[in-house]
Design a protein around this ligand. Sequence first.
Ligand code: CDP
Length: 719
Amino acid sequence: MAGGIYIVALRQRSFKSIQLDKRKKALISITGFSLARNKMATLPILHYEEKIIETVERNPVVVVIGETGSGKSTQLSQMLHRHRYSKIAVTQPRRVAAVSVARRVAQELGVQLGEEVGYAIRFEDRTSHNTHIKYLTDGVLLRESLANPELDEYSVIILDEAHERSLNTDILMGLMKRLVKIRSSNLKVLITSATLDGDKVSKFFDDCPVLTVPGKLYPVEVLYSKERPSSYLESSLKTALDIHIHQPEGDILIFMTGQDDIEKLVSKLEDKVRALEEGSCMDAIILPLHGSLPPELQVRIFKSPPPNCRRIIVATNIAETSLTVDGVVYVIDSGYVKQRQYNPSSGMYSLDVVQISKVQANQRAGRAGRTRPGKCYRLYPSQVYQEEFLDVTVPEIQRSSLAGSVLYLKSLDLPDIDILKFDFLDPPSSESLQDALKQLYLIDAIDENGAIASIGQKMAELPLEPSLARTLIEANNYGCISEALTVAAMLSAETTLLPGQRKTDRKRKHTISNLPDGSGLGDHIQLLQIYECWDQTDYDIGWCKDNGLQVRGMLFVRDVRKQLSQIMQKIAKGPLGVRAKGKTEEFQQDYRNLRKALCVGYANQLAERKMHHNGYRTLGFHAQVVQVHPSSVMSTDDLGKFPDYVVYHELIATPRPYMRYVCAVEMRWVIPIINKLKTLDVYKLSGGIHHVEDESEKNLPDLPKKDVEVAGTADDPQS
Ligand code: CDP
């Protein structure tokens, strides 16, 4: 920025610099709100309204790059709406951002949330037929495009926060490329980002224009540690206190890796600040900020502190770009982030604390310079930044299981889309694509030639990962859909069910003591029993509290369960498979049927007990020795009670491979799966495109062939 004149660089073959008119006054009179008026009027993006609208009018796709906090998420939609574009979809990779930005825009426009401005995230739709500006997660827009591939209800689709490179936004970019060709006259697509490589995206969209909105960033002094601290939590604590005691006013933003560490640091900071001598320094408010924060706590982030008080915000990387916290002058950067990575060769997810990229480090530092010159304390040496940090973050598509995405793309059934040749900004490895195909084949979602099967088509309609979707469909045949819906809902709400993951599991094991006997059957059955106990209390809130369950989480489960049930009714085109029951044996029979359905759904996630060992060996493509996660109900059973075969919800490396959410299954249900594995031909599955050595045979156990039961046949309830 020079002399108060902002420059917009318009890239369409050549760069052009232009001075922009002052539209602030006009804007305020149109929108007619007062609350956030002053703050809003200073947002850089508002100076470029005319240029942005003009460029959008002339081009089907426009990339808008602007510093975090420049107003992309909150203002672009309003701007387009003022110029008669309606209806406008704005995608966000994170649920919390979709909700918070929608709330903010509704407030700015002085309308009720859910009316003209609304949001939709998985399992929660707060929109109405009046909604003109809709914030939604990228996953929800993908789902909408299943029902309506042309998304013709929208005249503008804004893919916001594209620099996060979430798997779903990457897929949407591929789909938008196709959609603008089909709907060239009546669809505008905007891709917005804080740091994205604009040229690369522009090239992807046939050299579309790139508008760069320079932010108002003040200089940030970057201070490095001499060495990596042995505990970055302690080091953050010490640095924050040091700033609080010795530095002038201004909020402190600390980047931690996850909710657990945030909670620990918040409580330590509270103790230390309380212990400071009264009057020795200003007051402090300590606030956590992460994705699973309840909405009432999220809003505190956007409130200014009272005079003579500074806020110390302890956040995950959500505060890097997704949510802009105003007033920050000091940033403490640990240099780490928690990242979920999938390894297609082992089928294992690991939640690793990894080093951030240079782009992330610079984003974090930038948070200190939004209101005045600031300081960034990097808890690592400059050499680590220079030599060890990657330049950019690895896109999610290159570190996720692609089974759900491949199923989605196949279910679109678009003649011009071939998943193996799909136009990705950065393509995934062929290994992960093949891994996805193999997984889908084994759970009957695609046939041996890689074509979507009717079961796969139904699965895609459920907003669940493929294994759970498959379980529901199977459970409907077995008369235990009610139980399966509960388990699916409980697993979907896992993060909000109980406070803190570790506490969760400990509490779950010890506090709910009056559950019926399901011992030896595993975690899914216990989840089911917990919900059923609650159901019997007529959804008593006190019962949740007494048993250490979060009321909000349990109410969410009930709601999710209802929604899934409605979708299942649509898919089943009729009443669902629910058996009437009364006697205890009948409950046991339902548990058995449910476990059988889980075995079909989780055919990719099977493990066999290792003899004379406390571990299991996974069955399938890549055998490995794994153990039951300590949080499992089974981990407290004595070894002699461990079942011979189990399915698991996920494999995580922490750092040893553990199975989380384990459920006992029977050998005779496993045999058909092993037999199916033997028929797998990756070459055929990939439509003859990729040829790899198929190693699956090597890991197949020799199971006795007697007593084989055909998968898909329900147990006779009377037997
Ligand atoms: O998208 P971008 O990072 O460019 O900016 P934004 O999210 O539109 O934020 C613009 C301004 O609105 C910032 O000053 C935010 O702090 C504020 N904002 C807010 O107060 N409450 C929200 N829920 C979202 C944004």
